[in-house]
Design a protein around this ligand. Structure first.
Ligand code: GLA
Length: 411
C-alpha cells in the first residue's frame, strides 16, 4: 500500500505538469489549423467592430481610375477632415488590373494606369495612416471584364496580402453558375490562410439571401443591386433593408451599397436623407464622390460627427422602422448608452409636420428627455429638455429628414 502511494504521487504530479504545459501552449500558440482560423477570424472581426468607413472609386470614377486619382482621394480624405471624422479605408474598385495574368498566373495592375504597382500605392496610403482595399470578382471575369478570382483564390489572396491590402470587395459577375458558397467560402479560406487580417466584403447583390450565410464567412455583404445617384434608387434600397436588422452586429454588417453623397444627382436635402438613413441602418459609410473636388455642403454632410456617432455606436444595433403611413416614416436605432437615435423621414413631395411618441420609439419611461437635433446647424448643440407629450416633432422638408438623439433623463 505504502509502496503504491510513493509511485502514485510522482505520476499525478507529472500528469499535472504535462496538462499545464499543454494548456499554456494552447493559450499562447494556435495548436491546430481550426484554432488558427478561428483566432484569425476574430482578429478580422475586431477590425470592423463598428461599420467600416472609407472611400471607394466606383461611384465617382467607374473604370476611369489611375494611381494618381487614388492617391488624390487618399490625400483629400486626410485634408478634408474625413480621416479625423473616422473614414479609414481607400478602396480601389474594378478596372485596376491588366487584361491578362502574368506568366506565373498572378494578377498584375494595368501598367499604364498603375505604373508603380499596387504595393507602392498601398505603402503610400499606409503612410497617411489609412488602410487600402481592392476589388475582385468570384467569377471568371470582373464585371468590367478583367481576370476574375474564381479558381485563383489562393494565388490572388497571396498577392493581396503581399501588397499590403487590408480590405477585399468580392463581386459576383461571371460566376458561371458555380455554387455561391463554394466561391465565397473559397476566398474566405484563402484570405485567412495568408495570415494577414483582411476585411472581407461580399458583393453578391442580395441574390441568395446573403444575410443567412455571409455573416459566418465575411464582415459585410451587399443586400441589393447597385445604387445609382438618384432619389428613387436610394430610397428603393432603404425599402429593401426592412427586417434585416437581426443579421447585423459587431464585425458583421448588412451593406446597402456605397454612398452617392456629393455626386450631383440628388439635392443636398436628399443627400442628408441618404447619409442619415445609412447611419440609422448601421451601414458601412463608404463615400463614393470625387473627394478632391468636394463642395463644402458635401463635406459637411459626410463629416457630421453626431450622425457618424449614430452609425458607429459600439453596440452595433442596426436601426429599424417603427411607423409608416405611406409618405412619412419613423426609424429608430437603440444606442449603447440607453439613448435612441430617432429619424423622421418624409418621402412625400410636400413639406410635412411629423411627430412621434416615447411609446412608438420604444424609449424607457422618464419624466423628461434630453433631445438633440443632429442636423439643425444653428441649434443642434443646444439640447432641449422635454416632457413626454411634446417629445419629438418637426416640420420636415420634402424628401428630407429630421434626426434626433434622445436620452431618458429622470425616472
Ligand atoms: C458591380 C458591383 C459594383 C461595382 C461594379 C464594378 O456592379 O455591384 O459595386 O463594383 O460591379 O464593375
Amino acid at each position: 500500500m505504502k509502496q503504491k502511494s510513493i509511485l502514485f504521487f510522482p505520476a499525478i504530479t507529472g500528469l499535472f505538469i504535462f496538462l499545464t504545459l499543454q494548456f499554456t501552449a494552447a493559450l499562447g500558440q494556435p495548436m491546430n489549423k481550426e484554432r488558427f482560423v478561428d483566432s484569425k477570424k476574430s482578429l478580422v472581426d475586431n477590425l470592423v467592430k463598428t461599420p467600416p468607413m472609407g472611400w471607394n472609386s466606383w461611384n465617382a470614377f467607374h473604370t476611369d481610375i489611375t494611381e494618381q486619382k487614388i492617391k488624390d482621394a487618399a490625400q483629400a480624405l486626410v485634408s478634408s477632415g474625413m480621416k479625423a471624422a473616422g473614414y479609414e479605408y481607400i478602396n480601389i474598385d474594378d478596372a485596376w488590373m491588366d487584361t491578362v495574368r502574368d506568366a506565373q498566373g498572378r494578377l498584375q495592375p494595368d501598367p499604364k494606369r498603375f505604373p508603380h504597382g499596387i504595393k507602392a500605392l498601398a505603402d503610400y496610403v499606409h503612410s497617411l495612416g489609412l488602410k487600402i482595399g481592392i476589388y475582385e470578382s468570384a467569377g471568371t471575369k470582373t464585371c468590367a471584364g478583367f481576370p476574375g478570382s474564381l479558381y485563383h483564390e489562393k494565388t490572388d489572396a497571396e498577392s493581396f496580402a503581399k501588397w499590403g491590402i487590408d480590405y477585399l470587395k468580392l463581386d459576383n459577375c461571371n460566376n458561371e453558375g458555380v455554387d455561391y458558397m463554394q466561391r465565397y467560402e473559397g476566398m474566405e479560406k484563402a484570405l485567412l490562410a495568408t495570415g494577414r487580417p483582411i476585411v472581407y466584403s461580399i458583393c453578391e447583390w442580395g441574390v441568395k439571401d446573403p444575410y443567412q450565410w455571409a455573416p459566418a464567412i465575411s464582415n459585410l455583404w451587399r443586400t441589393t443591386g447597385d445604387i445609382s445617384d438618384s432619389w428613387n434608387s436610394m430610397i428603393n434600397i432603404v425599402d429593401q433593408q426592412v427586417g434585416l436588422e437581426k443579421y447585423a452586429g459587431p464585425g458583421h454588417w448588412n451593406d446597402p451599397d456605397m454612398l452617392e453623397v456629393g455626386n450631383g444627382g440628388m439635392t443636398n436635402t436628399e443627400y442628408r436623407t441618404h447619409f442619415s438613413m445609412w447611419a440609422i441602418l448601421a451601414a458601412p459609410l463608404i463615400a463614393g464622390n470625387d473627394l478632391f473636388h468636394m463642395t463644402e455642403p458635401t463635406r459637411d454632410i459626410l463629416t457630421n460627427k453626431d450622425v457618424i456617432a449614430v452609425d458607429q455606436d459600439p453596440a452595433g444595433k442596426q436601426g429599424y422602422k417603427v411607423s409608416d403611413n405611406g409618405d412619412q416614416e419613423v426609424w429608430v436605432k437603440p444606442m449603447s448608452d440607453g439613448s435612441f437615435a430617432v429619424l423622421l423621414l418624409n418621402r412625400g413631395e410636400d413639406r410635412a409636420f411629423m411627430t412621434t411618441t416615447v411609446e412608438e420609439v420604444g424609449l424607457s419611461k422618464a419624466t423628461s428627455y434630453k433631445v438633440v437635433n443632429l442636423w439643425d446647424q444653428g441649434n443642434r448643440r443646444q439640447a432641449g429638455t422635454y416632457s413626454t407629450n411634446d417629445l419629438i416633432r418637426s416640420s420636415v422638408a420634402a424628401h428630407g429628414v429630421a434626426m434626433f438623439r434622445v436620452w431618458p433623463e429622470s425616472k
